[in-house]
Design a protein around this ligand. Structure first.
Ligand SMILES: C[S@@+](CC[C@H](N)C(=O)[O-])C[C@H]1O[C@@H](n2cnc3c(N)ncnc32)[C@H](O)[C@@H]1O
Ligand SMILES: [Zn+2]
Length: 276
């Protein structure tokens, strides 16, 4: 975690600003250890560069439990993520195409605070940090699985980009209201748990001119796809139609501005104000 994030940090329980105590920083300014103390008496530790707002892991679904395994965190960007969109969309979808779309739609060049929610190994977070370039701004990646965050932090450091990583729930983001220029959620809404609570949190932390970009898997139309999706839904993964998903966004005050669908992969851009 970096000092850049401190002004936007909030206690997820009482929304007060926590105070940093006993920080130990490395040469690059990353806060490696310390504690965040809140007036409500909550104390959140920072260990190995990651601030923990959650305490012991208690993932509620099989899909979420799987992401707590170090082996999943290790394999995710090595064995699955580079091929995922090409397999799911049915056309060539390399990283550079996906990341250009996401960072372009969210407007990373504007600078400001960008929050990658349920970030896993931090693919979008690193892309956002690169896309911000020299504009004043900062990127924070949030996930509830510690092994995912540990892998994400190593990847960000190896790539030479500054990203703060927090362990927190997508339904209780430790970020100030209206603080975010942009929020991204890549492939995670399908397993996020309470979708509406997550979307309300995204709306709360977005600035009025903020942008929300998602990549989400839609319900399959073909027979085989439907069988596969029914099987994985037992593990806590949910699929929506495009219309149902966009309606849930609207209900949370996130108004769809554009969307593009490739196979079952839907990219959306939504904003707090309705299109003029
Ligand atoms: C499909 S992966 C995310 C992929 C990543 N965004 C990408 O584009 O490569 C799903 C991630 O969501 C996280 N996750 C699921 N439910 C969550 C929740 N309620 N709060 C925080 N993280 C959550 C999991 O730990 C996992 O790392
Ligand atoms: Zn508090």
């Amino acid at each position: 975690m970096y000092d850049d994030l401190l002004p936007a940090l909030r206690c997820p329980t009482c929304f007060a600003t926590p105070n940093l105590r006993d920080p130990r920083r490395d040469a690059a300014g990353e806060i490696l250890s310390g504690t965040l103390h809140c007036a409500c008496s909550a104390i959140y530790p920072i260990r190995d560069g990651i601030a923990d707002f959650l305490g012991p892991p208690r993932p509620p679904t099989i899909a979420q439990l799987t992401n707590e395994l170090p082996a999943t965190a290790w394999a995710y960007e090595r064995l699955w993520r580079p091929f995922a969109l090409t397999l799911l969309s049915g056309e060539s979808f390399p990283y550079h195409r996906e990341l250009a779309l996401v960072t372009g739609w969210v407007g990373a060049v504007r600078g400001g605070l960008f929050v990658d929610v349920a970030c896993s190994n931090g693919l979008y977070a690193r892309a956002l940090a690169r896309a911000i370039g020299h504009a004043p701004g900062h990127v924070v990646g949030i996930d509830h699985a510690l092994p995912m965050l540990q892998e994400a932090r190593q990847r960000a450091r190896a790539a030479g980009v500054r990203v703060s990583y927090l362990r927190a729930s997508a339904q209780a983001l430790p970020v100030a209201s209206g603080a975010a220029s942009g929020v991204t959620i890549g492939g995670s809404l399908n397993e996020i748990g309470d979708l509406d609570a997550c979307l309300h949190e995204v709306r709360r932390i977005l600035a009025d001119d903020g942008r929300f970009v998602t990549m989400t898997l839609l319900s399959a139309q073909g027979a085989i796809g439907r069988v596969v999706q029914r099987a994985v839904s037992a593990g806590g993964i949910v699929f929506w139609s495009r219309e149902d998903l966009l309606q849930r966004f609207r209900a949370a005050g996130l108004f769809p501005q554009r969307d593009e669908q490739y196979g079952i992969v839907l990219f959306t851009l939504a904003c707090p104000s309705s299109p003029s």
